[in-house]
Design a protein around this ligand. Structure first.
Ligand SMILES: *Cc1c(COP(=O)(O)O)cnc(C)c1O
Length: 226
């Protein structure tokens, strides 16, 4: 892409996404401050992220613990107010590293992971914002708790492990109309008394906001194709 004004294209795209988030909120009489834009920087280097950091973006999402460990510790020294969200599947042998590096985890989806994260938060004296991932399309290859098991799982996280569940998260099947999944997740959130909704990516974040998203995870629409 050309760089006519000397402004990096990713900073320009970030600006338009912010405007689109605001407009989607206003269209639904929602407070624009109630939707957090997570810039998904997976596969991009610290140099790729610099223009977006310079434009004031401080909330980022990564899908791999190891990749994030290579990029973020040094950036955290420069930008102490960074907030890092883990949005990819988590193995329990990575729980310690994940709790040490991230501020939020969107992919709590089974008792083993919930226990590992709870144990690490206690051991490290850290409190992360936790989301339960729901496999709304019931896809066998996809992570996430099945919808029918979600209530018991959230109850177990709360009552047995003393975890505060900040929200629910979903990734709709690519071939489906995302609105159906966003509406479903919002309804499930109301039933479970969970207020946060992490839903919506580059192609559908405005729809997600219309259905109540509190966190949208936008990668390629900011950073370009991967
Ligand atoms: C990569 C990823 C995103 C961002 O996807 P884009 O289509 O690039 O916006 C959002 N959520 C999750 C879980 C991802 O892995």
């Amino acid at each position: 892409m050309s760089d006519l004004a000397g402004i990096d294209p990713s900073a320009v795209r970030l600006g338009s996404i912010r405007e689109m988030v605001k407009a989607a909120c206003i269209a639904k009489q929602r407070d624009p401050g109630a939707v957090k834009l997570i810039a998904v920087s997976k596969t991009f280097s610290a140099a790729d992220m610099a223009p977006v950091l310079n434009a004031g973006q401080r909330v980022f999402g990564e899908n791999r613990v190891q990749e994030a460990e290579g990029k973020w510790p040094s950036l955290r020294e420069t930008y102490p107010d960074l907030r890092l969200h883990l949005i990819g599947p988590l193995q329990s042998n990575k729980a310690r590293d994940a709790v040490a590096l991230f501020d939020a985890i969107h992919t709590i989806d089974r008792p083993k992971i919930a226990r590992a994260i709870a144990g690490e938060m206690t051991a490290q004296g850290r409190k992360l914002e936790l989301f339960v991932q729901v496999n709304t399309g019931e896809e066998p290859q996809k992570a996430g708790i099945m919808p029918r098991d979600a209530a018991a799982f959230v109850a177990m996280c709360r009552d047995e492990l003393g975890l505060r569940i900040a929200g629910l998260m979903c990734i709709p099947p690519i071939e489906d109309e995302p609105a159906v999944h966003f509406a479903f997740l919002a309804k499930l959130g109301r039933e479970l008394g969970v207020t946060g909704l992490s839903m919506g990516m580059s192609g559908d974040f405005e729809t997600a906001i219309a259905f109540g998203a509190t966190h949208v995870r936008v990668g390629s629409a900011i950073f370009g194709g991967r």
